[in-house]
Design a protein around this ligand. Structure first.
Ligand code: KG4
Ligand code: ZN
Length: 349
């Protein structure tokens, strides 16, 4: 599939992207898979933080309320109408079924009434293509990532190490055997009594902590490209219990900093090893956890491989990345039938 795209001959196209896989209602307009004409995100974080995590029924109800306003706003900000749009890309999975359906139905309705082709996009592929995006400002087009590259995809639901050989061509090397990296951040934050989402909360508290105070385990899983975060999470739980039992104040900052250091170390060590092993041209890190400052710094302090990490606003869920990936699918000849179903457990292949 990837080889059907001749990179030097990429056709020009504008794609409207729609994303509702979890707790962000988002729409965006992207030109040629890369230039962001608009990128609108309505976050439900404040609503879900009351529950300490995403409440699926509440999420889909909020998506229904927001979706059409957000799509209209994305078009308005891009100064485009439907006659300027070549394809509509929507997240088909993975994600929460009741949330995915809202975006998919909105996209199908628009495709039906306008006659614009519809492309269902894998959310993880969207995160990967966030590395191709750039803002609609400045005169120079930034360099696109080069193939082959190693992708470290770290989000709330996934932790995957992928060898990307060409556009839309992936070879999954390994992934987490238990918790996703973002899930580990979220669970440890809960243990420390921090707010949801846990990643940013841990990062904030860790600033004042000593990352060497606790020597938390790094699962090496030698001979594989897999990760494991459950041992690390259990080690944090053990420390928290010890403090609770002795009624000593919990050293939250030190625990957060030491946990973050262990998680980042595990992710970065394997990513560099894979990059070296497969002699890739670049490393791409994407997904919500790629917003983590310690992870970004650890990936960037080496000269062996250029590293692409999207700007913070494109790390967490957005529709620009869905439109970006949708463009590359669309120009490779991929268009979906309007009868498609959402795929809540869709594996990236
Ligand atoms: O990609 P994303 O927005 O949604 C999914 O597709 O899952 O990722 C959300 C995850 C959450 O687990 C959140 O805690 C984590 O990304 N996250 C972070 C940071 N910002 C978001 N983790 C660590 N440090 C951060 N700064
Ligand atoms: Zn995501």
């Amino acid at each position: 599939m990837g080889r059907t795209i001749k990179r030097e001959l990429l056709p020009s196209a504008r794609v409207l992207g729609i994303e509702t896989s979890c707790d962000e209602t988002a729409a965006a307009v992207i030109e040629n898979g890369r230039k962001i004409l608009s990128n609108v995100v309505a976050s439900q974080v404040e609503i879900h933080s009351k529950y300490g995590g995403v409440f699926p029924e509440v999420a889909s109800r909020q998506h229904i309320r927001a979706i059409h306003t957000i799509i209209d706003e994305a078009l308005r900000q891009s100064h485009m109408g439907y006659s300027d749009i070549d394809a509509i890309a929507v997240t088909r999975g993975p994600g929460l079924p009741g949330s995915l359906v809202v975006g998919a139905n909105a996209a199908k309705g628009l495709a039906l009434t306008t006659g614009i082709p519809l492309v269902g996009v894998n959310h993880l592929e969207g995160h990967i293509y966030s590395a191709w995006l750039y803002p609609n400002s400045g005169t120079r087009t930034p360099m696109a990532p080069k193939f082959p590259s190693i992708i470290l995809l770290v989000s709330g639901g996934h932790t995957e190490l992928i060898l990307m050989e060409d556009h839309l061509t992936y070879h999954r090397l390994g992934g987490t055997l238990d918790d996703a990296a973002g899930e580990a951040f979220d669970k440890v934050a809960r243990l420390l009594g921090l707010s949801y989402p846990g990643g940013p909360a841990i990062q904030k508290v860790a600033v004042d902590g000593n990352a060497e105070q606790f020597n938390f385990p790094r699962a090496r899983l030698e001979g594989t490209w897999d990760f494991s975060f459950s041992g690390l999470k259990t080690a944090v739980l053990r420390v928290v219990r010890e403090y609770e039992e002795t009624n000593k104040p919990l050293p939250k900052a030190d625990i957060a900093a030491s946990f973050q250091a262990a998680a980042v170390d595990a992710l970065v060590t394997k990513t560099f090893a894979a990059a070296k092993h497969f002699a890739v041209k670049e490393i791409i890190c994407a997904g919500g956890v790629s917003a983590n400052k310690a992870l970004r710094e650890a990936l960037s302090v080496q000269a062996d491989f250029p590293v692409h990490i999207p700007p913070l606003s494109l790390c967490t869920d957005n529709a620009a990345m869905i439109a970006g990936a949708g463009y590359f699918r669309y120009v490779s000849g991929h268009v979906d039938d309007l009868s498609f179903d959402v795929m809540p457990s869709w594996v990236l292949e």
